[in-house]
Design a binder for this molecule. Structure first.
Ligand SMILES: Nc1ncnc2c1ncn2[C@@H]1O[C@H](COP(=O)(O)OP(=O)(O)OP(=O)(O)O)[C@@H](O)[C@H]1O
Ligand SMILES: [Mg+2]
Length: 397
């Protein structure tokens, strides 16, 4: 199953390009599902249909699933939220305020992606196209399971046992309710499921596509997204430049835009030199309906099969050297000064601007000392010593 995910700044045409891509893969005979996590029903609007909560067929081999994020959220979060609410109640927090406090911003989007896991398990689809929320935030949040991995595998089970043994005593002593075993179970389940979703979206069969319009500010954001997505291990496999003005029969107003766009387009090609850059013309009207979307799709991919795009390599690679090993992480557009490196037990902490990834080191590197790091041509290279560090016990800070 191939997964194609579209992301980009608000309003650039993500839903349109996602819908167009799906129309094209379905027309080529791939059983295609388009999944949207957006509360606004823009995907259904693009096809010019109304869809319910379940996948609905809009053409041969083409289904649309507008995930009910609210319902998903209630299902996955209910038990955990119930516990948090009971604690806040004891603390005397107003119930309405408490309700708000137990909702994590952006969580709905992420939980809506749990649906992707179910579709992958169902084995029903050749292609799943995901129409994602405006920025890369959702994908960043998905890195949470990885960041919590250490806690989940080592701390939570202990905590669970301790709480189980001491619940009656602790509840009385602390005055706050201790979580029931179900709550731990719910946390563990959610963690495992989100981890699977992340595995799917960062896996070799997934391609993240950046949609942008040829404007400086939009390009700047797309470049930042590529850095962030790479940091978190996602494989961006193409860029779609949407709303390109055709340069025929131009009046002075349009000619001005064509010139301005041409400059940005050149920069787009420079910026994403090792990725395919596809273009989609600014249409004379909104592309709504299957026919119009198919036209957009053909315009974008220009004879290339959207499914058959070169798969990107694993963003993190480890190579042996004569005196140790080097861990390489693609980080386009950054310099060494932008990257902050830290070490926390068997995790490497990589910080770029406001984003931080806790990268669990492969077991071969976990006990070795970092002896140097540099950034070369958009790639972070961290050098590790050849021998295990005897002072670095496993799991030590
Ligand atoms: N190439 C194009 N030519 C003309 N109109 C377009 C083109 N691409 C998109 N549009 C129109 O622009 C509007 C925004 O597009 P779309 O909804 O696909 O953007 P989006 O990036 O998904 O937005 P959001 O961030 O709100 O989810 C829609 O009305 C759509 O029909
Ligand atoms: Mg949209």
């Amino acid at each position: 199953m191939r997964i194609l995910l579209f992301t980009g700044k608000g309003g650039v045409g993500k839903s349109t390009v996602a819908a167009a891509t799906a129309a094209l893969t379905a027309a080529a005979g791939h059983r295609t599902l388009v999944l949207s996590t957006d509360a606004a029903h823009s995907l259904a609007d693009a096809y010019g249909v109304t869809v319910g909560r379940e996948p609905e067929q809009v053409a041969p081999d083409l289904f649309v699933h507008q995930v009910d994020a609210q319902r998903r959220f209630e299902e996955s979060w209910a038990e955990i939220q119930g516990y948090l609410l009971s604690v806040l109640e004891v603390a005397g927090v107003d119930p309405v305020a408490a309700e708000e406090l137990t909702v994590i911003p952006g969580a709905e989007e992420v939980l809506a992606l749990l649906e992707l896991r179910l579709h992958a398990l169902s084995d029903e689809w050749d292609v799943v196209v995901v129409d994602c929320a405006p920025t890369a935030e959702t994908l960043r949040l998905l890195a949470l399971p990885e960041a919590l991995g250490w806690y989940m595998s080592r701390v939570l089970p202990v905590e669970r046992r301790v709480v189980k043994a001491l619940r009656p005593v602790l509840s009385r002593a602390a005055g706050v309710p201790m979580p029931e075993d179900d709550v731990f179970g719910a946390v563990e389940r959610l963690h495992a499921e989100l981890d699977e979703v992340r595995g799917l979206l960062a896996g070799p069969e997934a391609g993240i596509r950046l949609v942008l319009t040829p404007e400086q500010v939009v390009l700047a954001e797309a470049r930042r997204s590529l850095t962030t997505l790479s940091l978190f291990g996602y494989r961006v496999d193409g860029v779609v430049v949407n709303r390109v003005f055709p340069d025929d029969g131009a009046d002075p107003w349009r000619a001005g835009w064509v010139r301005a766009q041409a400059e940005v387009l050149a920069e787009v090609h420079d910026s994403f030199a090792d990725l395919p850059v596809w273009r989609s013309e600014f249409r004379p009207s909104e592309p709504v309906g299957l026919e119009a979307l198919l036209e957009v799709g053909r315009d974008v991919y220009d004879g290339v099969d959207p499914v058959d795009v070169r798969r990107r390599p694993e963003p993190v690679r480890v190579t042996r050297t004569s005196d140790g090993a080097v861990l390489r992480l693609r980080l386009p557009f950054v310099t060494r000064a932008d990257v902050d490196l830290g070490r926390d037990g068997d995790e490497l902490v990589v910080t770029v601007g406001p984003y931080r990834r806790l990268l669990t080191l492969p077991s071969g590197l976990a006990r070795r000392r970092v002896i140097g790091a540099r950034v070369d041509d958009g790639e972070l290279q961290v050098r590790f010593a050849g021998d295990a560090d005897p002072t670095r016990a496993k799991g030590e800070q």
